[in-house]
Design a protein around this ligand. Structure first.
Ligand code: NAD
Length: 476
């Protein structure tokens, strides 16, 4: 696989034109540890050019009919599906996603455009009566939106924000992660072909996100920040957004518990565990971070999970039979090595499986048993293919441990439906998967509680994050 020809432009996309910069940043291929491409790096001044372009394009785009915006999004969906193999290849190369997962992400990402094209055409205002008069409401675009995305789902995290923003009539500046700018630049090209007017979507990779994002947030023309990334950076950006009382949506870190109740089907739970833990090599905000297994099933669950982890084929992301690819960076490998040895020093036993190729950023799938409930690894977002298993006495114990964290994004529960539903209601999270290891769905409201975020993306709720309700009180 080669990147040449797939992403013809490596510059900044501002105002519907490609802008080269004096500074370029290397993008690495995590399967080899080699440079894949050099990509332009946006400065604070260029970010302000992007804000100006988005601001200039806003009035005309905001006035287009909902039908027109829906047609453009629909075309965006079709072009993404036409180019699905190319987009998937770019994600394999720059992020280390396996081919099957990369194709699944393209379908998931494109679906946000289709779903929003369908919703956009049905958005309307309301006429209501109150006890004393009449109430008219309309929905307006919030304005210029700054979209900041992580590297772990380079296409879906971008479309999950661009789709609702465009559907609502907003214009956007997308700042992708420095690890994965090529997917974002390819999307810019496709959206231009889909008929998105100049300046409505701007894409500005940078290797200096702190300075560049701060510059945008200090400009009062930016009315909305939608951020997906770590809780620590989210917290910093919330403070910066306070200056101009900029609206925010925050999709932050997780620490998902995976509960196996006494009446669970262990084989089903193992299938769910592999999906919830190993999708994207564990590098997902919704990844199962802690397996809380009822004592009566613990031995069987642990043996079966270890067997399945040891059978995973680890290798370069662009090989068709790879099941576990590399981590995104050398730094990520160092971080997980430290977490696993930290767990060992707190009494856990680590079983490291096949360690993979000698070159690139690989870490073996790892089963951690005898993990004490107070082990630090249970309070950290692992973001890697390591699975700590904690034995619990009963549902009360499982729920107490599950909620013993600042994070509250996702949880998984395996058990009979009535029991699992009762447990799900007591979990302090935004999303629960019952007898399934995947919760992401463009038609569902995705988001977290506690330190995992503010607001929702997807579903009917996602578009509301980009709309202002305007109320008119009239007498007649
Ligand atoms: P990160 O917070 O390091 O980076 C996210 C984005 O913020 C990137 O675009 C990065 O360039 C930018 N950024 C970094 N420092 C910044 C700063 N000082 N000012 C402004 N912007 C800055 O996160 P990451 O490592 O790219 O992604 C992993 C994290 O994202 C995990 O915590 C994961 O849980 C979270 N995540 C959450 C969701 C969700 O929907 N809740 C989805 C995917 C990932």
């Amino acid at each position: 696989m080669s990147i040449e020809g797939l992403v013809p432009h490596r510059e900044l996309w501002i105002g519907g034109e490609w802008h080269s910069t004096t500074k370029a940043t290397p993008v690495m291929n995590p399967s080899t540890g080699e440079v894949l491409a050099d990509v332009a790096s946006c400065s604070a001044a260029e970010m302000l050019d992007a804000v100006a372009a988005a601001s200039h394009a806003l009035p005309a785009w905001g006035r287009t009919s909902a039908r027109e915006r829906a047609e453009v999004l629909r075309k965006g969906y079709e072009l993404m599906m036409d180019r699905a193999d190319d987009i998937a290849t770019v994600m394999c190369l720059e992020m280390g996603k396996t081919p099957a997962e990369a194709r699944a992400e393209v379908a998931y990402a494109a679906e946000f455009f289709r779903w929003l094209s369908e919703l956009a055409a049905h958005e309307g205002g309301e006429f209501r009566t109150s006890p004393s008069g009449r109430i008219l409401t309309t929905k307006r675009p919030v304005g210029v939106c700054l979209l900041v995305t992580p590297w772990n789902f380079p296409a879906a995290m971008a479309t999950r924000k661009i789709g609702p923003a465009l559907a609502a009539g907003c214009t956007v500046i997308l700042k992708p992660a420095a690890e994965t700018p090529l997917t974002a630049l390819l999307l810019a090209d496709l959206l231009h072909q889909a008929g998105v007017p100049r300046g409505v979507v701007n894409v500005v990779p940078t290797d200096d996100p702190g300075t560049v994002v701060a510059a945008a947030l200090s400009d009062p023309r930016v009315r909305k920040l939608s951020f997906t990334g770590s809780t620590s950076v989210g917290r910093l950006l919330l403070k910066q957004a306070a200056e101009h009382v900029t609206r925010t949506s925050m999709e932050l870190g997780g620490n998902a518990p995976f509960l196996v109740l006494a009446d669970a089907d262990v084989d089903d739970a193992i299938e769910g565990a592999l999906l919830a833990k190993m999708r994207n090599g564990g590098q997902a905000c919704t990844a199962a971070n802690r397996f809380l297994v009822n004592r009566s099933l613990a031995d069987e669950f642990t043996d079966k999970l270890r067997t399945r982890l040891s059978a995973l084929r680890i290798g370069a992301a662009d090989q068709s039979d790879t099941e576990l690819g590399p981590m995104v960076s050398d730094r990520a490998v160092t971080s997980i090595k430290r977490m696993v040895s930290g767990a060992e020093s707190h009494g856990a036993s680590a079983e490291r499986m096949d360690s993979g190729p000698d070159v690139g950023y690989f870490h073996p799938a790892t089963a951690l048993t005898h993990v004490a409930p107070d082990s630090p690894i249970l309070q950290q977002e692992i973001f890697a293919p390591a699975a700590p298993i904690v034995v619990v006495d009963d549902d009360e114990h499982a729920v107490a441990l599950a909620n013993d964290t600042d994070a509250g994004l996702a949880a998984y529960v395996y058990g009979s439906l009535p029991t699992a539903l009762g447990v799900a209601e007591r979990l302090e999270v935004g999303m629960v998967g019952i007898n399934r290891g995947l919760v992401s769905d463009p038609a569902a409201p995705f988001g977290g509680v506690k330190h995992s975020g503010l607001g929702r993306e997807g579903g009917h709720e996602g578009i509301a994050e980009y709309q202002e309700i305007s109320y008119v009180s009239a007498t007649w």
